[in-house]
Design a protein around this ligand. Structure first.
Ligand SMILES: Cc1cc2nc3c(=O)[nH]c(=O)nc-3n(C[C@H](O)[C@H](O)[C@H](O)COP(=O)(O)OP(=O)(O)OC[C@H]3O[C@@H](n4cnc5c(N)ncnc54)[C@H](O)[C@@H]3O)c2cc1C
Length: 421
C-alpha cells in the first residue's frame, strides 16, 4: 500500500516515521527546500546552531514530543528557567512584570489585593481542572470577567487577548484560557542545535526506514480515479494531509463534495509576521520573553533569544524576535524586512530607552499560523476522518483546545496513523 503524506512539518514527519516503522511504503511531499514547516530554522554566516524562523521553546508538560524524542533516541532537549515577563503601562512609565508565580501575581501593581487573590484562586482551579464543557459554552472574556472580575479582565487579560487575537479577541472561547493555564510551565525547553536538529534527525531516521522524501515540490491538486489518488504525477492508495486547512481545501476540490469543504470556509486565521534582529548589544538585558501588554506598542512579543540560548552558538551575536499575528489585509504582510525594521525601531526605543544597533535582520511570514478558536471553529474544525475513506487530515487546527505547538504536531502525527489499516 502506497501512502502519501502532504506537508513536511513535524506532523507529517512524525506520521511518515511511524508508518514506515510499521512497514508501510511512504512518500512525504514538501513544497519548501527544507523540512520542518513552522518549526524550521536557518543558519546565518558564522552561527553554529540553527535559529527557528519563528520563536520556539517547549514546556515541561510537552510529554508527547519528549516521549517521542526518547523513543527515537534523540537526547538533545534541555530545560531551564529563563526570565519571562509582561510589559504594562505607557511610554516613560513602562513596567516589566514577571507573571509566572503566585508571588509575581501578588506583586502585580495594577490590581488590588482582593482581585489578586480572586485571580490566583481561579488560575489554581484551571490548573487542576479537567476540560469541562462549560469552557466551550462561553468566551474567555465572559468567563474571566465572571470568575476573576472585571478589574482583573481590564488590568491583566484584556490587552493580552487583543494583542494575540486582534479583532477576534472577544470571540475566543474559554477553552483557550483553560488550555493555556493548564499546560504552561516555568521551565522552558530548547534543543541543542535548534529545533531543526530534531527535524533533521527525524528526516534521517525516516529515510533509513525507507520513506521517500520529496522537497521543493508544491502540491497543486489531488485527484482520485479508480480508488487511486494522483499527486504531482504519482499514484497512491491513501493520503494524509498535514497542510493548513485553507490550502487543503483548494487542492481537494476534485475529491470532496462542496458541502464538506464549505464548512472550512467558516474557520478564521491570523498570519504570523516575525522580524529577527541581530544587534550589537542585547535589546533586553535579562528577560527572554516579553509579552507586550501595552496598546502604545504595535507588536505582541519581544523575545531576546540569546537570553534563553547561549550567545556563543550564534557567533556571539545578540538575537531577538519581534512578532505579530495579523489579519490577511494587514499592511505588515506587504512590508519587506527594511520597512518592518523602520516601523518598529521607534517603539523598541520607547521600551528600552535606547535605539539598538541592528547589524542584520530577517523577516518571516507564516500564513494561517494562528487559528481563531471561536464558536465557528469548534463546529467546523477538521477531523482525522473525511468523506473519502482513504484520505485523512492531521493539521494544526486539530490541536484544539491546546494552542498549536510541536508537541501536538507529534501527537497528531502519531494519532492519525491509527486510521491507516
Ligand atoms: C509564531 C509561532 C510561534 C510558535 N512557537 C512555538 C513554540 O514556542 N513551541 C512549539 O512547540 N510550537 C510553536 N509553534 C507551533 C509549531 O511550530 C507548530 O505547531 C508545528 O510546527 C506545526 O507542525 P505541522 O507539521 O502541523 O504544520 P506545518 O509546520 O505548518 O507543516 C505543514 C507543511 O506543509 C507544507 N505545505 C504547505 N502547502 C504545501 C503544498 N501546497 N505542497 C506541499 N507542501 C506544502 C508547508 O511548507 C509546511 O512545511 C509556533 C508557531 C508559530 C507560527
Amino acid at each position: 500500500m502506497k501512502i502519501a503524506i502532504l506537508g513536511g512539518g513535524i506532523t507529517g514527519l512524525t506520521a511518515a516515521y511511524c508508518l514506515a516503522n510499521k512497514g508501510h511504503q511512504v512518500t512525504l511531499i514538501e513544497k519548501e527546500k527544507i523540512l520542518g514547516g513552522l518549526a524550521s530554522g536557518f543558519k546565518a554566516d558564522g552561527w553554529d546552531w540553527y535559529l527557528e524562523r519563528t520563536y520556539h521553546h517547549l514546556f515541561a508538560s510537552d510529554s508527547d514530543i519528549l516521549d517521542f524524542a526518547k523513543e527515537i533516541g534523540f537526547n538533545k532537549i534541555y530545560f531551564q528557567k529563563p526570565v519571562t515577563a509582561s510589559l504594562y503601562g505607557k511610554p516613560n512609565n513602562f513596567s516589566v512584570l514577571p507573571l509566572d508565580t503566585p508571588i509575581d501575581l501578588l506583586q502585580f501593581p495594577y490590581l488590588n489585593f482582593i482581585d489578586k487573590i480572586r485571580a490566583g484562586m481561579i488560575i489554581a482551579f484551571l490548573k487542576i481542572s479537567p476540560f469541562l464543557p462549560i469552557y466551550e459554552n462561553q468566551t474567555s472574556e465572559s468567563f474571566l470577567k465572571k470568575t476573576m472580575g472585571i478589574n482583573v479582565w481590564n488590568g491583566l487579560w484584556q490587552t493580552l487577548f487583543r494583542k494575540k487575537y486582534g479583532n477576534y479577541a472577544g470571540f475566543i472561547l474559554a477553552s483557550f484560557i483553560w488550555a493555556r493555564i493548564k499546560k504552561r510551565t516555568k521551565a522552558l525547553g530548547y534543543i541543542e542545535g535548534g529545533f531543526q536538529e530534531f527535524i533533521d534527525y527525524l528526516e534521517k531516521k525516516s529515510r533509513k526506514l525507507g520513506v521517500t522524501i520529496i522537497k521543493g515540490q508544491e502540491i497543486k491538486e489531488v485527484t482520485k480515479v479508480n480508488e487511486k489518488f494522483t499527486i504531482n504525477g504519482n499514484t497512491y492508495d491513501k493520503v494524509i494531509s498535514t497542510l493548513p486547512t485553507p490550502i487543503m481545501v483548494k487542492l481537494t476540490k476534485n475529491i470532496f463534495p462542496a458541502n464538506y469543504l464549505e464548512k472550512f470556509n467558516k474557520l478564521k486565521y491570523l498570519h504570523a509576521v516575525i522580524l529577527i534582529l541581530e544587534t550589537e548589544n542585547p535589546i533586553l538585558n535579562k528577560t527572554y520573553w516579553l509579552n507586550i501588554c501595552s496598546d502604545t506598542i504595535p507588536f505582541m512579543i519581544l523575545a531576546q533569544h540569546t537570553n534563553f540560548v547561549d550567545i556563543k552558538n550564534y557567533n556571539n551575536h545578540h538575537l531577538a524576535y519581534v512578532g505579530w499575528y495579523v489579519d490577511g489585509d494587514s499592511k505588515l504582510l506587504k512590508m519587506d524586512k527594511n520597512q518592518l525594521l523602520k516601523f518598529i525601531l521607534p517603539y523598541l526605543k520607547k521600551i528600552t530607552n535606547h535605539q539598538p544597533l541592528v547589524t542584520s535582520h530577517f523577516v518571516f511570514k507564516a500564513p494561517f499560523a494562528q487559528p481563531i478558536f471561536d464558536e465557528d471553529f469548534v463546529k467546523n474544525k477538521p477531523n482525522f476522518v473525511t468523506p473519502d475513506k482513504d484520505f485523512f487530515i492531521a493539521n494544526l487546527d486539530m490541536t484544539y483546545p491546546y494552542d498549536r505547538g510541536t508537541n501536538y504536531a507529534v501527537k497528531l502525527g502519531k494519532d492519525v496513523i491509527k486510521f491507516i489499516k
